[in-house]
Design a protein around this ligand. Structure first.
Ligand code: 13P
Length: 246
């Protein structure tokens, strides 16, 4: 199974977002062997997209969640609220939040714990510095919950470069080997955690990553709100899953 996770960041609102996912669904109508496609819009669009996606196999995710589930936290959105609104996934630890909001590994680990308790699947991002953030962000996670975890390698320098600065495949594979080693150490043995690459993935370069057995998917930012790119990226995942089919 390959994953295509769309991180819409602040690129798309409710009306445009609904039109975009409708176009995406039309492009792959009737296909049975789709990759796991997850759309992560801004909070405000989640309700409307839940309606649009409810009868499709495309999943809904959020771009962040707070570490408390309820209480006096003005402006925050807790993981159970996301679950209640129809989200199955949440992106946590993104480098933009670490840089813009000063999110530390300790804060990310609290968010990871809360999201797992709410039965969300956690899409945990780490940047070029892998070991410290990965260990710190997974502090306290139990082996029994590892099945709901995905890890994304997103080197900061490769983000938002519109394809020019996407990381070399070899470097991605080296980073994945490091991530696997840390996970193995943390959880006392090999664990089956999907590993994704993110950073300037688009319709042109997606297959380079997705065709690798070691790469379970991609986390896509700006290209995920462009219909031709996102359909090409999903097409690349399909081709990687069925090399003889398409
Ligand atoms: P871009 O695909 O726009 O480089 O963003 C990558 C990213 O940060 C996805 O989470």
């Amino acid at each position: 199974m390959k994953y295509v996770i769309a991180n819409w960041k602040m690129y798309q609102g409710t009306r445009g977002g609904a039109a975009l996912v409708r176009a995406m669904l039309r492009a792959y109508r009737g296909k049975t062997d789709l990759p796991e496609v997850v759309v992560c819009p801004g909070f405000l669009a989640i309700g409307e997209l839940q309606k649009v996606l409810s009868r499709s196999r495309v999943k809904l995710g959020a771009q962040d969640a707070f570490w408390e589930d309820d209480g006096a936290h003005t402006g925050s959105v807790g993981p159970s609220m996301l679950k209640d609104a129809g989200c199955e996934y949440v992106i946590l630890g993104h480098s933009e939040r670490r840089a813009e909001f000063g999110e530390t590994n300790e804060m990310v680990s609290k968010k990871v714990g809360a999201a797992l308790r709410a039965s969300l699947r956690v899409v945990l991002c780490v940047g070029a510095d892998i070991e410290g953030p990965l260990r710190g962000s997974l502090e306290g996670v139990l082996r029994k919950d590892v099945g709901r975890l995905l890890v994304v390698y997103e080197p900061e320098g490769a983000i938002s470069s519109q394809g020019r600065g996407a990381e070399d495949l070899e470097k991605v594979l080296e980073a994945f080997a490091k991530i696997r080693a840390v996970l193995k150490d943390l959880f006392n043995g090999a664990v089956s955690v999907p590993l994704l690459y993110g950073g300037s993935v688009d319709g042109e370069n997606a297959y380079t990553y997705l065709r690798e057995d070691a790469i379970d998917g991609v986390l896509v930012g700006s290209a995920s709100v462009k219909i031709h790119h996102i359909t090409d990226i999903i097409g690349a995942a399909l081709r990687a899953m069925n090399p003889r089919g398409l």
